[in-house]
Design a protein around this ligand. Structure first.
Ligand SMILES: N[C@H](CCC[C@H](N)C(=O)O)C(=O)O
Length: 314
């Protein structure tokens, strides 16, 4: 256990005594959630790491603080253009690092706001929330949520992308470096297509894969196997595992599922469908491409959200 974690489970951690929290997940991508309607909780990176630690803390792939957008700088900037984004998802990875976006997290965040009685979102209703990746519109259907994740883009545009590969990825269990495509969903992803499920099962993700060239602020790495046939009843299907930046291997990654669908659809060419099902170790999420405003293609992520428990830090 590294020194910072030792410090975190010491006095620094204790400053959060009495803090109410919830535990939730979206297809097994799990989060510690804290409601902070007064914007009064400063949770340091070390404390996030301590809370997300699965042995000495609560355990989670990340921490989500729900805070009014007006109470933090990034939120106030967003409100200037999207005044409807009243609540802000302050997302941190399990190591305490910031990430711009968290697709599974957005669904669990909205479900948490409902559970806390902080919003009223009727079935079929829509809510706009703030994130460091911009405002996101979320539509509720029962306990499932569809998130407009916004536009996607290639991280390394240009000739390499034209060839549909721009990076090489090496991972434990893969004999040779594999070509990959790096895609931004607000946060960075590098997608590797493997030939079959046995390769997926044989790839070990205890350590971060090596990516060359690596996006400026690191990257999440998705290993994807297209279904055979790729398309059934007009819906594309892939199976995925992911090593997340600042976390490690997770059961699911919403932005990663979107990036994987972008890459596979790019490789499949013009005939590829706009609807996809992405099978992750923690379940299945839906990904749909649609024409967003200003002619940009947007990606929609849909799936469940669960609040497992609520507790109080001692
Ligand atoms: N689990 C998240 C992604 C977190 C990405 C984070 N690991 C990063 O540093 O970008 C999701 O469902 O989209």
């Amino acid at each position: 256990m590294d020194a910072t974690l030792a410090e975190t489970t010491g006095p620094a951690f204790r400053t959060l005594g009495g803090l109410r929290f919830s535990k939730g997940h979206g297809t097994g991508n799990d989060f510690v959630l804290v409601a902070d309607p007064g914007g009064e909780h400063t949770i340091t990176a070390e404390q996030v790491a301590g809370l997300c630690d699965r042995h000495r803390g609560i355990g989670g792939d990340g921490l989500i603080r729900a805070v009014p957008s007006r109470l933090l700088p990034e939120g106030r900037d967003l409100l200037a253009t999207v005044p409807e984004a009243e609540w802000f998802m302050d997302y941190r990875n399990a190591d305490g690092s910031l990430s711009e976006m968290c697709g599974n997290g957005v669904r669990v965040f909205v479900h948490f706001l409902r559970a806390e009685g902080l919003i009223d979102l009727p079935d079929g209703g829509a809510l706009i929330i703030g994130t460091r990746g911009g405002a996101k519109t979320v539509v509720r259907t029962g306990d499932e949520y569809a998130v407009d994740m916004g536009p996607w883009e290639f991280i390394f545009p240009g000739e390499a992308t034209a060839k549909a590969m721009d990076s090489l990825v090496t991972a434990d269990g893969l004999e040779v470096p594999r070509p990959a495509l790096s895609v931004s969903m607000g946060n960075p992803h590098t997608v590797v297509a493997l030939a079959e499920l046995s390769e997926l099962a044989g790839t070990r993700l205890f350590t971060a894969p090596t990516v060359e060239p690596v996006p400026a602020n690191g990257t999440n790495v998705e290993f994807v196997v297209p279904a055979e046939p790729l398309v059934h009843d007009g819906v594309g299907s892939v199976t995925m595992r992911v090593h997340e930046r600042g976390v490690g291997e997770t059961q699911s990654c919403g932005t990663g599922a979107c990036a994987a669908a972008v890459a596979i659809r790019h490789w499949a060419g013009a005939e590829a469908p706009d609807s996809w099902r992405v099978h992750v170790p923690g379940g299945v999420v839906g990904v749909k491409f649609f024409a967003g405003p200003a002619g940009h293609e947007h990606v929609e992520l849909s799936g469940p959200a669960v609040i497992v428990a609520t507790g109080t830090l001692s």
